[in-house]
Write a protein that binds this ligand. Structure first.
Ligand code: ZN
Length: 404
C-alpha cells in the first residue's frame, strides 16, 4: 500500500464533550487512532482536520493521503499548496496526492461564515504579544493539550489549564480547551514537532472552524530570521479557506522586542508561561534554557521582579552555559547586551549573556574586540531587519485584500 488512509471518521457528543476521531491506517505502521476533543459546542464533523493533521507524516513517509470522509475542495487545495512548499523545502519528501472520498459532500457541509476570532494561546511571550496587538478583535483564546504537553501528562495539563483559565478570565475572554493526540502519530513516524506544529495548529483551527472566521497564530521568529519551519508566515496562511483565515502574526518583533512590548502589561508579566521542561508542579521551572533566556530578557528590560511566575532567582551561571543554536537566538542576546551596555547598570548579566556568544564564535582570543565587531554587525543587521519589516508591512497593506 502506498496510501495513508484516514478511515472511520466519527463525530460524537457525550456529556458535553464533542469528539472527532478517525483511524489512520498504512501498511508499514499498522493503524492509529487520532482524536480531537473539546467542550466548545461548535465543531466540524467533516474529515477536514485530519488533512493537515496527517499530511506531513504522509509526505515524510512517501505516501499519498486519502480521507474516507467529506472534505471540502477548499481544504484539498490548501493541502496541495502546503505540500508543494514542504516538498520544495525537503528533498526526499514525497509530494503526496491528497484526495477525499466525497469532496462535494464536504463542500455541502461547510458552515456559513462564523463571527468569532480566535488566537492560539499558550500563555507565552508570543501569545501575549499578539493578544496585546489584537485584543479588540479577538473573541476567544484557544489552548491545546497534546502539543507542548503530552496528553498523558495529566498533572501538568491540569496545572497549566487551571492557570490559563484564571488568566483568560482576568483578560476577559473565554478559553477554548482542545485535547488531541495527533502529535503521537507524527512522533511515531519520526516527524519532528518543529516541522509538524504549524499543520497541527491548522488541524485544530479546522476542528473549530464552525465557530471562527479568523484564527491568529503567534509567530516564533522575526521576519529576518524566518527559516523553513512548521509554523511559517509563508505557510500558515496557505491553510486559509473561503470561510476561515489563518493569520501568522508578530514577525515584526524578536522575542526580546516582544518582552519589551509587554513590560507595561502587569497581567502578562504575572501570567507568563514559557517552560517546556515539564517539571512536575512547576509552571516555569526557572532552569531550562527557555526559562533562563526569558528571565534574562525580563531582567534586561527591568521587569523580572514583576514576573511572579518565575519564582526562583535567575541562575547567571546556568544562563552563561546555555547554547545559542539559531541566528535569532544569538541576535536576541546581542539586542539585550546592547541595551544593558547602554544603561551600564547590570555588568553581571552582560557577562553571563556574553559567554554563550563567545563560545559560539570561538572568540577566546581577542574576545572583546571580536565581540565589538559582532555587535557592530548586529546593529547593521538590526537596521536591515527593520527596513525589511517595514517593506514587508507596506507590501501587505498595499496589496488587495483577499476575499472571504
Ligand atoms: Zn523551564
Amino acid at each position: 500500500m502506498t496510501t495513508l488512509q484516514i478511515e472511520n471518521v466519527r463525530a460524537t457528543l457525550e456529556a458535553g464533550v464533542s469528539e472527532l476521531s478517525a483511524v489512520a491506517r498504512w501498511s508499514r505502521y499498522g493503524k492509529r487512532d487520532v482524536f480531537f476533543r473539546t467542550t466548545h459546542p461548535l465543531v466540524t464533523s467533516s474529515g477536514a482536520p485530519f488533512v493537515p493533521a496527517i499530511l506531513l507524516s504522509a509526505m515524510h513517509r512517501k505516501l499519498d493521503l486519502e480521507v474516507d470522509a467529506p472534505v471540502s475542495d477548499d481544504v484539498i487545495q490548501a493541502a496541495r499548496r502546503v505540500a508543494g512548499v514542504f516538498s520544495a523545502w525537503h528533498r526526499g519528501w514525497h509530494l503526496s496526492k491528497v484526495a477525499a472520498a466525497s469532496a462535494a459532500a464536504g463542500e455541502m457541509q461547510t458552515p456559513p461564515p462564523a463571527n468569532g476570532v480566535a488566537m492560539f494561546f499558550s500563555g507565552g511571550v508570543d501569545s501575549f504579544y499578539s493578544l496585546q496587538k489584537h485584543r479588540s478583535e479577538i473573541t476567544h483564546l484557544v489552548f491545546v493539550s497534546g502539543f507542548d504537553i503530552p496528553v498523558r501528562h495529566l498533572a501538568m495539563r491540569q496545572l497549566v489549564t487551571t492557570e490559563l483559565r484564571r488568566t483568560a478570565e482576568r483578560i476577559g475572554l473565554p478559553l477554548v480547551e482542545v485535547e488531541t493526540n495527533l502529535r503521537e502519530l507524527s512522533d511515531s513516524v519520526a516527524l519532528s514537532w518543529e516541522e509538524q506544529h504549524g499543520a497541527a495548529i491548522a488541524a485544530v483551527a479546522y476542528f473549530l472552524a464552525p465557530a471562527f472566521r479568523k484564527v491568529f497564530v503567534p509567530s516564533t521568529y522575526a521576519l529576518p530570521f524566518v527559516v523553513p519551519y512548521g509554523s511559517h508566515p509563508g505557510v500558515d496562511p496557505l491553510w486559509s479557506t473561503k470561510h476561515l483565515d489563518l493569520v501568522h502574526d508578530g514577525i515584526e518583533a524578536t522575542r526580546f522586542d516582544k518582552i519589551g512590548a509587554l513590560i507595561s502589561w502587569d497581567l502578562a508579566l504575572q501570567s507568563l508561561r514559557v517552560c517546556y521542561a515539564l517539571v512536575e508542579g512547576r509552571y516555569n521551572c526557572c532552569r531550562c534554557k527557555k526559562c533562563l533566556w526569558t528571565m534574562a530578557f525580563l531582567r534586561a528590560h527591568g521587569a523580572l521582579a514583576q514576573a511572579r511566575t518565575f519564582d526562583k532567582p535567575l541562575d547567571l551561571r546556568a544562563l552563561s552555559e546555555t547554547t545559542l543554536e539559531k541566528p535569532e537566538e544569538r541576535y536576541r542576546f546581542i539586542q539585550a547586551i546592547a541595551m544593558l551596555e547602554r544603561r551600564g547598570d547590570d555588568p553581571e548579566l552582560v557577562d553571563a549573556m556574553s559567554k554563550p556568544l563567545h563560545r559560539r564564535y570561538a572568540l577566546r582570543r581577542n574576545a572583546t574586540r571580536s565581540l565589538t565587531r559582532l555587535r557592530q554587525s548586529a546593529r547593521a543587521s538590526l537596521r536591515r531587519a527593520a527596513r525589511e519589516c517595514r517593506e514587508f508591512v507596506r507590501s501587505q497593506f498595499s496589496s488587495t485584500p483577499r476575499e472571504n
